[in-house]
Design a protein around this ligand. Structure first.
Ligand SMILES: [Mg+2]
Length: 300
C-alpha cells in the first residue's frame, strides 16, 4: 500500500495484527520475510556439512511448498523476482557461487532474512560471519549492495547483542563497510555506508508526518532504502513498537521494511519490546523463541 492508502485506512497507524491486506493474509501468518528467515535459521540449527547449501535447500523447500501451513507443491505467491531467479539457479547448481539473480538486481530479499547469522555467531571471527552472510545472501541476491548490506546488518546486530548503544552499533556497521570499500567495481560497501549514514539522519516521526523519508525508491523494495529505514528505527528514541509501526506507516514494501527494522529493534530491546497480543499470534513464535534460547546458551 502507498503512504496515502495506509494513512486513509489507519490514521494513527496500525497497532494490532489483523491480517487481511491485498493478499487477504491470515492474521499472524508469516510472509516470505519470516519464512526465509526460518529457512536460514533451520540451517544454523542443523548445518550438516555445508551450512550455506543447507540454507539454500530449506529455501527450495519453501519455494516448493514443502513448508508448514502450505499445500505441498504450491508456490509461495509473495515470492520476489530475484528470489525466483536465484533459487532456480541454485536448484540447478546447488552452489551459491553459481546462483543468485546477478548484479543490478538490488532488492531487499536477502537483507530481510540475514539475522540468523548474527544470532548464531555473536562471538565468532567477524570474517567468518561476513563470509556466511555473503554466501547466504548470494544464493538469491549477489549484487554487491545486497551482499554488503547483509554483512553490515549482521555486524550491527552483533554489536547490539554485545550491549552497544544503537549509534555505536550503527558505527560497527559503518566500520565493517569501510574495511570492504572498493572491492567491487560498483563499490557496494561505499553505497551501504551512505545508506547507514542516511538512516542515522532520518527522523522517523517527522518522516511519517510528511509522508516522505527521502528514500531513493520510496521504500518500495530497494535494499538500501530498507536498510536506511531500519537504522532510522534503531536510533529512534521512542519505544520499539512506535518505531516499527511508523516504518510500516510509510507504506511501500511494508512487510519487508518491518521485518528488517524489527530485527534490529528486537536485538536492541529483546522480546519484551513486543506486545503479548503480537507474540501470541505469530506463526513461528514458539520455534523462534526456542532457537533464540539455543543460540543464547551456546554463545555462538
Ligand atoms: Mg515484502
Amino acid at each position: 500500500m502507498t503512504f496515502e492508502a495506509v494513512r486513509a485506512a489507519y490514521p494513527d497507524g496500525l497497532r494490532e495484527i489483523v491480517g487481511g491486506g491485498p493478499f487477504d493474509w491470515p492474521a499472524g501468518h508469516a510472509t516470505d520475510d519470516t519464512d526465509l528467515t526460518r529457512a536460514v535459521l533451520l540451517a544454523y540449527l542443523e548445518p550438516g556439512d555445508d551450512l550455506v547449501r543447507t540454507a539454500g535447500e530449506h529455501m527450495l523447500d519453501w519455494f516448493d511448498g514443502n513448508w508448514p501451513g502450505r499445500t505441498p507443491g504450491s508456490r509461495p505467491f509473495d515470492i520476489g523476482g530475484a528470489t525466483t531467479t536465484g533459487l532456480t539457479r541454485f536448484r540447478e547448481t546447488r552452489d551459491w557461487r553459481r546462483a543468485g539473480s546477478g548484479a543490478g538486481s538490488a532488492g531487499n530479499g536477502s537483507l530481510m532474512r540475514c539475522i540468523p547469522t548474527a544470532l548464531a555467531r555473536p562471538t565468532a571471527d567477524p570474517a567468518l560471519r561476513a563470509g556466511e552472510a555473503t554466501a547466504i545472501s548470494a544464493i538469491t541476491h549477489d549484487d554487491p549492495r545486497c551482499v554488503h548490506a547483509c554483512v553490515a546488518y549482521t555486524e550491527i546486530v552483533v554489536a547490539l547483542l554485545a550491549g552497544e548503544s544503537p549509534r555505536e552499533a550503527a558505527g560497527a556497521g559503518l566500520l565493517a563497510m569501510q574495511a570492504l570499500r572498493g572491492i567491487d567495481p560498483e563499490d557496494g560497501a561505499a553505497a551501504v555506508e551512505l545508506a547507514i549514514g542516511q538512516g542515522l539522519d532520518i527522523d522517523l516521526e517527522q518522516a511519517v508526518d510528511q509522508g516522505d523519508a527521502g528514500l531513493a525508491h520510496g521504500g518500495t523494495g530497494y535494499v538500501l532504502d530498507s536498510l536506511a529505514l531500519a537504522v532510522a528505527a534503531l536510533v529512534d528514541p521512542r519505544p520499539a513498537v512506535d518505531s516499527l509501526v511508523d516504518v510500516t506507516r510509510l507504506g511501500g514494501d511494508t512487510d519487508t521494511n518491518g521485518a528488517i527494522a524489527g530485527g534490529l529493534l528486537g536485538a536492541r530491546d529483546g522480546v519484551s519490546a513486543w506486545p503479548a497480543s503480537w507474540l501470541s499470534q505469530l506463526q513461528f513464535a514458539p520455534e523462534f523463541r526456542a532457537a533464540a534460547s539455543t543460540f543464547a546458551t551456546s554463545g555462538g
